[in-house]
Ligand binder design. Structure first.
Ligand code: AMP
Ligand code: MG
Length: 348
């Protein structure tokens, strides 16, 4: 009897110390999915099960949302001539995407898909479409080509959709939920330009997220100190091709069909998790949608949008003429890197 108790005590001591070790030492992992490297750092007793859940969720979402996988739900919607039955998850995503389009006056538009395809960004087979072709494709761009009900979606006039501007942000929202479900103490996830930090670092200090300098992508423009927050960057430097000395990047201005030339090199959108409003969540999907949209808008419209819209967020804008503009809400959480050489301004 006594021996059994000792063994049990030993086993439980071992379990406690393993759990303790696991909560101090992160599970670190890199997954290649969604056309990018996803890196995870997770601390807490359930770090390994959370990591497994996250990997499974990333794969599920990739299979659901990819435009290049013919079996994804998005590809099925794009291929159909008629209405397609959709899950409530797809319904919510489409509904949010349409709302962001309307709110940003079309700067974000998921029906931009045929234009993105014509530039060869969908399959990474780049080419410069001629202007007539672009004008023809733009005729089927616009949210009025998407008929959405609770259970079905119909695309009119050969319209196509691409959730590339919002899918990674949505994925970080799902991952944040998985971290909650697993009682994770602390964690960091980065999917391409989309970061989510869960609580603080294990030592109680904020996570530090470095923003890539778009003019020198081996260096940093500054560092954000954040806890329980999303930070998403869109920039022409992230995906582009060059022809005859010109650079063509992947963020398309839906009003022209050409890569946005808005005077911005990168846009980072930051929001605290859980500052939920009524119509929208202040979440990763919002940051992803808005980073793309504000990149298209350019400095002036972006600042006006920040001042006037119902969305609550902060920004870091880096301009072609060498300035770095941050919104006043993150002033104390951002350290610009002076060696990057940008003139620094706080927008109020
Ligand atoms: P992001 O990296 O989040 O800024 O999203 C860029 C991706 O979204 C591109 O690779 C395209 O697939 C797609 N895209 C490009 N321009 C737009 C736009 N104006 N609205 C919506 N999606 C876009
Ligand atoms: Mg985006």
């Amino acid at each position: 009897m006594k021996r059994t108790i000792t063994v049990i005590t030993l086993i439980s001591l071992l379990a406690v110390s393993l759990a303790h070790a696991e909560s101090r030492n992160p599970i670190r992992n890199e997954i290649y999915a969604m056309d990018t490297v996803i890196s995870l750092s997770i601390y807490g007793t359930n770090a390994s099960s959370a990591t497994e859940d996250i990997e499974g969720e990333v794969m599920r979402l990739e299979n659901l949302l990819s435009v290049t996988d013919p079996n994804s739900q998005i590809s099925q919607i794009n291929a159909a001539d008629d209405s397609v039955e959709i899950t409530s998850e797809i319904n919510n995503l489409l509904k949010d995407s349409l709302l962001y389009s309307i709110a940003t006056n079309g700067a974000l538009d998921i029906t931009i898909a045929p234009v993105v395809q014509a530039w060869g960004f969908t399959e990474e087979a780049h080419s410069i479409p001629d202007d007539d072709k672009l004008q023809e494709l733009l005729a089927c761009v616009g949210t009025d080509h998407v008929l959405l009900s609770d259970t079905h979606v119909t695309l009119l006039d050969q319209a196509q959709i691409d959730l590339g501007a919002i899918a990674k942000g949505y994925t970080t929202d799902r991952i944040a939920q998985i971290m909650d479900n697993n009682g994770i103490d602390s964690g960091l996830i980065s999917i391409g330009g989309n970061a989510y930090v869960h609580n603080c670092k294990p030592d109680g200090s904020p996570w530090r997220i470095a923003l890539i300098d778009p003019q020198n992508t081996d260096g940093y423009a500054g560092v954000l100190s954040l806890a329980n927050a999303f930070a998403v960057t869109s920039g022409g430097y992230q995906r582009y091709f060059e022809r005859d000395g010109m650079r063509f990047h992947h963020i398309i201005d839906p009003s022209t069909g050409y890569p946005a030339q808005s005077g911005l090199l990168s846009v980072t959108i930051i929001t605290g998790r859980g500052q939920s409003g009524d119509a929208y969540g202040w979440d990763g999907a919002m940051c992803d949608a808005l980073s793309t949209a504000l990149y298209v808008m350019g400095e002036e419209r972006a600042i006006e949008f920040w001042r006037e819209s119902e969305f609550r967020f902060d920004f870091v804008l880096i301009t072609e003429d060498g300035r770095m503009l941050i919104s006043s809400g993150i002033e104390e959480y951002f350290d610009p890197d002076e060696t990057a050489g940008y003139d620094y301004e706080v927008v109020r």
